[in-house]
Design a protein around this ligand. Structure first.
Ligand code: GLN
Length: 485
């Protein structure tokens, strides 16, 4: 059962081949048996999962099921879940029980999905390897001495290990796409504003976006259908109809114009990855696409601009964790200043502190124009590069990450090396565009992902482009031996 996709599970549930209760029990059994090795889950919500499964079975029996009714999924621990600990991977929120559900969680509940639990992540979604989590790193099921990517590493690893058929992720600079690539699964970061951020703990508000992670593009389409749509509680959520993502999956790729940016294939890219991307592009040519070299001349400015904007916004967003209203509070504070200093000093890990310091500095009087304002101008240049590119092509393809999953500790002592893991994904967030990662092969036994970028609100097209490739290839069906066979 654990090898079935969400689409297959939904069909099985509808045909009563198995019940949601059986399915949920099977997932919980795998989590109990395997997750001690992987550390994907921060919290397993067994009791509520079984209750939701029972309710889903009743709903299916009434003939009132949606495509996700009775299907188990898991939530990244950045989404607030009523009555359930929402840690954001941080000691700061280790004791935080959310009084409400995030919009995304509400939507999955309304669809009748079953929540298995909350998934491990880099602390406050800051990281590319899951090594910044207060709960210890997640292991990559393909090779447990390598990282699963981050920050949605628990999401990606749990799907690759077949502990859950789907999970939510969030992506501020690559946190859905890069772990999807490292773990050999499929994930999409939607256009900024497509999915509500309400109840999703903020890291960098102008970049954060939630999206689905699963094994196939079809499953991502089913999940995104439930997640996307207007929400008045998020003022940046766009009021625009949500297309039928599944209906578009089968569209022909005849005449699809693919752009390959020169800047994505230069120095720093593992040649084995470059060659697998080329193979995937050749497959697209067989499917009817045309290919053209394009240029995104300001790409090299994306990481420097991101590492001003993201820390600046994080320093403001994380000011609310002050030991007063919720979260960690130090013991016996001497006075108010001591309460703030020690609560924050104890509650946050090293990477979060580094970002708050950088951000506070970049926003301070006298430096604002030199850093934050300058970064915003670069952001505009990057968006313009993409706008020009999308006049000539329909989608842009390239690597998701410059390397395959690396060993634990390989980059944790060097923040810049770690930051460069997102060199191909960050520009997409700065521009607010949708981007996907799909498995396209293996190098040294580790999965390789290809990134597909589209223009604003072209999620239907991206899912279609990924789905047609997955119908012609079987990389997305491979499972890590010893864990998911
Ligand atoms: N790795 C990037 C960072 O550390 C992106 C994280 C994310 O997308 N949440 O900021």
């Amino acid at each position: 059962m654990h090898h079935k996709t969400i689409a297959e599970l939904a069909t099985g549930l509808e045909r009563k081949e198995f019940s949601s209760l059986e399915l949920t029990r099977a997932c919980l059994e795998r989590i109990t048996r395997l997750d001690t090795r992987l550390n994907c889950f921060v919290t397993v919500t067994e009791e509520t999962a079984l209750a939701q499964a029972q309710a889903a079975d009743e709903r299916i029996a009434r003939g009132a099921a949606s495509a996700l009714t009775g299907v188990p999924i898991a939530q990244k621990d950045i989404f607030c879940t009523k009555g359930v600990r929402t840690s954001c991977g941080s000691r700061m929120l280790d004791n935080f029980i959310s009084p409400y559900d995030a919009s995304v969680v509400e939507r999955f509940n309304a669809a009748g999905a079953v929540m298995l639990g909350k998934l491990n992540m880099d602390e406050f979604a800051m990281g590319s390897s899951n090594e910044t989590s207060f709960y210890g790193p997640v292991k990559n099921p393909w090779n447990t001495s390598t990282v699963p990517g981050g920050s949605s590493g628990g999401s990606a690893a749990s799907i690759a290990a077949r502990l859950t058929p789907g999970a939510t992720g969030t992506d501020t600079g690559g946190s859905i796409r890069q772990p999807a690539a490292f773990c050999g699964i499929t994930g999409i970061k939607p256009t900024y504003g497509r999915v509500s951020r309400w109840g999703m703990i903020a890291f960098a508000s102008s970049l954060d976006q939630a999206g689905p992670m699963a094994r196939t593009a079809e499953d991502c389409a089913i999940m995104l259908q439930a997640m996307a749509g207007f929400d008045e509680r998020d003022s940046t959520c766009v009021d625009r109809p949500v297309p039928d993502y599944r209906a578009a999956l089968g569209n022909s790729l005849e005449g699809l114009r693919i752009g390959l940016p020169t800047e994505f294939f230069g120095e720093g890219l593992d040649p084995a990855i470059a060659s697998l991307i080329q193979d995937a592009v050749d497959e697209y040519k067989r499917l009817g696409a045309t290919v053209k070299e394009i240029s995104l001349p300001n790409m090299h400015l994306s990481a420097p601009a991101y590492y001003v904007v993201a820390p600046a916004e994080c320093s403001s967003n994380l000011a609310r964790f002050d030991g007063v209203r919720f979260g960690h509070r130090c013991e016996n504070p001497a006075d108010l200043a001591d309460l703030y200093t020690r609560s924050r000093g104890e509650g946050f890990g090293a990477e979060v502190k580094r970002r708050i310091l950088i951000g506070t500095y970049a926003l301070s009087a006298g430096y604002y124009d030199a850093y934050y304002l300058k970064a915003q101008k670069i952001r505009r240049l990057i968006s313009e590069d993409f706008r020009r590119a999308f006049e000539e092509v329909d989608v842009i393809m390239g690597p998701t990450a410059p390397s395959v999953a690396f060993e634990f500790g390989a980059k944790s002592a060097d923040p810049i090396a770690m930051y460069l893991s997102d060199i191909y994904t960050i520009a997409v967030n700065l521009a607010g565009l949708p981007g996907m990662s799909v498995p396209v092969g293996f190098s040294n036994g580790l999965p390789v992902g290809m990134q597909i970028i589209g223009s604003y609100f072209s999620e239907d097209r991206l899912l279609n482009v990924a789905h047609r490739y997955q119908q012609a290839t079987d990389w997305h069906t491979r499972a890590p031996a010893g864990i998911a066979d």
